[in-house]
Write a protein that binds this ligand. Structure first.
Ligand code: ZN
Length: 371
């Protein structure tokens, strides 16, 4: 059995792969960081022989609760991905199948990212901009969508601050598909009222390196918003710089949650000088989204921060406070939405991520006049 990880977003440690019926693996730490949970590898060299894969020390990863009802993502052709029943015994995660590619969630490669940027750039509604370069020298892409910023609300959507949370870029595909569909009535009405600034991948270096949470130097970008620098967190520095130019009225930072099996948002309840009208608009948005989109709910999620205790180095808190914006983090599951589960072996999917994005735009149209 040959295991390889030397490709875009590949990551795994091989402990022992000599016996196909007992392949022992482990998850690698992000570079210069203690976080790890993402894996993506190719298995080859075995024909029609039953294989058993075991990831050891899964209980030591960043979010061990995330393995409880988790099923691994697998693919033969790298295009169609499916879930394989997996067992977690409190220490190791294992599954049996002869397959070729496995990953924590369906990967979103930098090649696909470049295709997305190129495809969108063909639309007359889009202005594509490179905000600058990352530590590994990759472009930080932003897509401006709309008929012009003048007189319209500034809506910012960003994804993949945590690069292993690939569902967030699949979400962006859904959002962009809808916004660029000139026959879609929701998109047409929204673009009358709002101008969009979209960063589909905030962390190209972590993405290509196959990391869960960090950039090329080990920085967790969602802890860098208060004082970013070109040396440590150029991705946030450049995005913030652009935001100063455009202003921000509405901000969604899209993520995946390793442990909680639901879709939810968290707000900026803990920022100092909380503006009551802004937090009420956030709650109104959350309520509207839960009414319009059955995959979204407001019961399960993170506890709201107590007044004045927000971590201001996080994107949503910084943006809410600094720009007087309605700001939030949106989370999708790695496991499944337990309120609306898939048939077994179930799991959240790329298409459901895209649908959630469409629902988010429906909800935004309902409240855009209020913000
Ligand atoms: Zn995250």
């Amino acid at each position: 059995m040959l295991i390889s990880k030397s490709f875009d977003s590949g990551s795994i440690e091989i402990i022992d792969a000599k016996d196909p019926r007992d392949i022992r693996l482990a998850i690698l730490r992000d570079h210069e960081s203690d976080f790890y949970q993402w894996f993506h590898f190719r298995a080859s060299g075995v024909m029609d022989e039953p294989c058993k894969f075991t990831i050891e020390r899964a209980n030591e990863t960043a979010f061990p609760a995330g393995w409880d009802s988790y099923n691994v993502c697998a693919s033969y052709d790298r295009d169609h991905w499916f879930r394989v029943p997996s067992a977690y015994d409190g220490e190791s995660l294992s599954w049996d199948i002869t397959s070729i590619y496995f990953a924590y969630f369906v990967p979103y490669s930098m090649e696909r990212h470049l295709d997305l940027i190129a495809d969108c750039s063909l639309s007359p509604l889009v202005r594509s901009q490179v905000l600058g370069h990352t530590l590994d020298g990759q472009a930080l892409d932003m897509l401006e969508v709309g008929h012009g910023a003048e007189g319209r609300k500034a809506v910012w959507l960003i994804a993949r601050q945590h690069p292993g949370e690939t569902m967030s870029e699949w979400f962006m595909e859904g959002a962009l598909e809808r916004l660029l569909d000139e026959d879609d009535p929701v998109a047409r009405k929204l673009l009358e009222k709002a101008h969009f600034y979209i960063v589909p991948n905030m962390n190209p270096d972590g993405s290509r390196r196959g990391q869960l949470r960090s950039n090329a130097c080990g920085a967790s970008l969602n802890r860098e918003w208060l004082d970013p620098s070109m040396e440590r967190s150029p991705e946030v520095f450049l995005t913030r710089e652009k935001m100063e130019e455009t202003g921000v009225d509405f901000f969604v930072d899209v993520h995946g949650d390793e442990a909680l099996p639901y879709c939810f948002v968290a707000g900026f309840d803990g920022v100092p000088n909380l503006r009551e009208n802004r937090i009420e608009q956030f709650r109104q948005y959350r309520r509207t989204l839960s009414e319009l989109c059955p995959d979204f709910q407001e019961v399960h999620g993170y506890d709201a921060d107590a007044p004045g205790t927000a971590n201001m180095a996080m994107g949503m808190n910084f943006v809410a406070d600094h720009f007087d914006a309605v700001a939030m983090i949106l989370e999708m599951p790695f496991q499944d939405n337990h309120d609306l589960p898939d048939s077994e072996p179930g799991g959240w999917s790329t298409e459901r991520s895209r649908h959630l994005a469409r629902g988010c735009l429906d909800a935004l149209l309902q409240i855009i006049d209020e913000i």
